[in-house]
Design a protein around this ligand. Structure first.
Ligand code: GUN
Length: 285
């Protein structure tokens, strides 16, 4: 049996279409969501991500500012810019593109972003609110994963979800969000013993371990939903997920491809967070 493909690009386009309509309604009330993106240095991958965010803002009718700073920018100057953006009314969301150059402490910068403008969901207060189940801005990739699982129509409640990977930006938050959907969650990571025995019990398998084609068909229970968060650049320049798509799709249920699965959802959820932050700033949410 060949599994159905979860098309992240299509889901993303649907979400963006409904956001565009909402932005139009809001702009009639004088509310325009604004996103500031800060890029320090010239990392080529970061430059592509930042351009894509700028384009998404333009397409959706958001106000956007991109601050491109020299790689030698001091931490104090970067913090001063964050402080200015925190106070700027036209800006509802602030994203400082990571990684930052080595002389800048990422944590100091993330901690400096106003909690209500932290559209990455990386600020410790937003992370803490996620843990205790209070309202917070959710980290974009994990929120996109949950959205894609919902779109399969497969109920998460009572299911066994296994997450491979325990990073702060994907593994940990996605585990909490799955738990919030009433799944029973097991976390695996690079030191997990007998990983296949655990993943073969998963009704929902989320893979974010950062190793190309790590999960093959032996890891997967027949019919399981498989979400691949991996983005690994191979020596031949091609992009590969953490899941060996060709073998796994022969046994799994709905599965995300790479590219075209989780990837397109991340920026879409960033736009959704910015929209939420704008509505909250104007007392509309
Ligand atoms: N670099 C790669 N992905 C991300 C992300 O989601 N947010 C930020 N701020 N930087 C990134």
């Amino acid at each position: 049996m060949t599994a159905s493909i979860i098309n992240g690009k299509e889901v993303s386009q649907e979400l963006r279409a409904s956001m565009t309509a909402e932005v139009k309604r809001l702009s009639e009330q004088g509310v325009v969501p604004g996103l500031a993106v800060v890029l320090v240095g010239e990392d080529p991958a970061s430059q592509v991500y930042v351009r894509n965010k700028e384009k998404a803002c333009h397409d959706l009718g958001f106000y956007s500012e991109v601050h491109r700073l020299d790689a030698s920018t001091s931490q104090a100057d970067l913090l001063a810019l964050v402080d200015k953006l925190n106070k700027q009314e036209s800006i509802n969301g602030i994203l400082v593109q990571l990684p930052l150059p080595g002389h800048i402490e990422e944590k100091a910068v993330i901690d400096a972003i106003a909690v209500e403008k932290d559209v990455d969901g990386f600020h410790p207060v937003n992370v803490g609110n996620l843990v205790i189940g209070d309202d917070s801005l959710l980290p974009c990739t994990p929120a996109g994963v949950i959205e894609l699982i919902k779109r399969t129509g497969i109920e998460m409640s009572g299911k066994h979800a296994v997450v491979i990977g325990r990073s702060n930006i994907v593994g940990k938050p996605v585990s909490l969000l799955l738990q919030r959907e009433n799944a029973t969650v097991t976390m695996c990571h690079s030191r997990t013993a007998n990983m296949k025995e655990i993943t073969r019990q998963a009704d929902i398998l989320v893979v974010a371990i950062g190793r190309a084609n790590f999960v093959d068909a032996e890891y997967v229970k027949p019919g399981a939903v498989v979400i691949d968060v991996g983005m690994n650049r191979l020596d031949n320049g091609k992009l590969a997920g953490d899941v060996d798509f060709e073998s796994v799709k022969e046994v799994s249920g709905p599965i995300t491809p790479v590219p075209g699965g989780v990837g397109p959802m991340t920026i879409t959820m960033l736009m959704q967070n910015t929209l939420i932050a704008a509505k909250r700033a104007h007392g509309l949410a």
